[in-house]
Write a protein that binds this ligand. Structure first.
Ligand SMILES: [Zn+2]
Length: 368
């Protein structure tokens, strides 16, 4: 790990308190949330469209492990394979929940589709339960690890959004509906999707449930998950839209140039986002640092550009941050700006989502 930029620390200790907005929703029948009838509901995977060892299958296992951090309503089924005339076959209404990768045209041009079969909601005294859920994901998506510094605004073929769509669809199998919040369950790509910073090589795919999603789970299943996790993201909600955090709150939220040319002493403004998945109020430090290495994920013990103390309840917490360009800023070197929290918080279950690279990059202006 390179740590090329050991700037002089500019430490400001601020206790921030911000109110998140929740908009998680879930399916209901007569006021009762709809969830799988027999839990855990095992989901089997199509080894024809998602072969052993493929990134598609890894995305599915990652999504299932992720939801099982919070609720045991879904479980592992088995691999299956049916091939007819050289084509992968998947079937619905066969009393089994399946996940498969399919042609986008087979799911009406969507990125993903989850077909749930329920026992119905016909009478006012009834509860409705999910019997099976078949999850289908468009085959032209890229299932490799995504870049957390870039908010996805649309999904052309190849966009690294496969793992996020997989998690979103598995969320539907849980009973979650769409959200306008900072959530994996945001509806479609017109509404954009958040990525979470994840250390390369950690196995994380930059896609995980957020506090808004977990709130929905707690409402469906009637308990509050004990799994506590903080994460860092390079996106934030502004007026209901998800945007990258390389915008200037002191200049109408305009996007900074790339790279932003700076001189020592300049004050640079952008946003930091830290998320809390649990309802437990957490306290943590937050650091801003710069590094020429785009994969320099760490918590700076020295050389931070800014350090904050943050106390945060459940949800996504975005706030303006400012740092001063230090005199030690090297010339001729473009540096990535990161936001991170320490990996030593004992309650924090996932260490690999504690640093995120912003799309904001800075470079020393020649002659200053
Ligand atoms: Zn959806």
């Amino acid at each position: 790990m390179r740590r090329s930029a050991h700037f002089l620390a500019v430490i400001s200790m601020v206790m921030l308190s911000v109110m998140p907005v929740f908009s998680a929703s879930w399916k209901q029948c007569n006021g009762t949330p709809v969830s799988p009838k027999y839990q855990p509901m095992g989901i089997s995977w199509d080894l024809c469209s998602m072969p052993e060892g493929s990134p598609q299958l890894r995305a599915f296992f990652s999504a299932l492990y992720e939801v099982r951090h919070y609720v045991n309503a879904l479980g592992f089924g088995a691999g299956f394979q049916r091939i007819h005339n050289g084509r992968c076959l998947i079937e619905h209404d066969n009393d089994r929940s399946d996940v498969a990768v399919v042609n986008r045209s087979d799911i009406d041009g969507r990125l993903g589709l989850t077909m749930t079969e329920t026992d119905g909601c016909n009478f006012s005294w009834e509860e409705e339960r999910i019997i099976t859920a078949d999850v289908m994901i468009a085959s032209d998506l890229d299932f490799q690890r995504a870049d957390e510094s870039t908010v996805i605004t649309r999904a052309p073929a190849g966009t690294k959004i496969g793992a996020l769509v997989m998690l979103h669809e598995v969320g539907h199998a849980l009973g979650l509906d769409h959200s306008n919040g900072f959530a994996v369950m945001r509806d479609g790509l017109g509404a954009r999707a958040p990525f979470v910073g994840m250390t390369p090589g950690s196995g994380g795919l930059s896609s995980e449930l957020t506090g808004d999603d977990v709130l929905g789970i707690s409402r469906i299943y009637g308990y509050d998950p004990r799994y506590r996790n903080l994460f860092v993201s390079s996106q934030l909600l502004r007026n209901g839209s998800l945007v990258n955090n390389n915008i200037d709150p002191t200049n109408g939220d305009n996007i900074h140039p790339d790279p932003l040319l700076v001189c020592p002493g300049d004050r640079i403004n952008f946003y930091a986002t830290v998320g809390n998945d649990s309802s437990t109020r957490e306290n943590t430090q937050v650091a801003v640092y710069a590094d020429a290495d785009p994969n320099a994920y760490y918590f700076p013990t020295s050389g931070a550009l800014a350090v904050f103390n943050l106390s945060l309840g459940r949800g996504e917490h975005s706030f303006p941050v400012q740092f001063t360009v230090p005199a030690s800023m090297p010339p001729n070197l473009t540096q990535n700006v990161f936001v991170s929290i320490p990996s030593t918080n004992p309650f924090d279950r996932k260490g690999y989502d504690n640093a995120a690279r912003s799309r904001l990059r800075i470079r020393r202006k020649p002659g200053c």
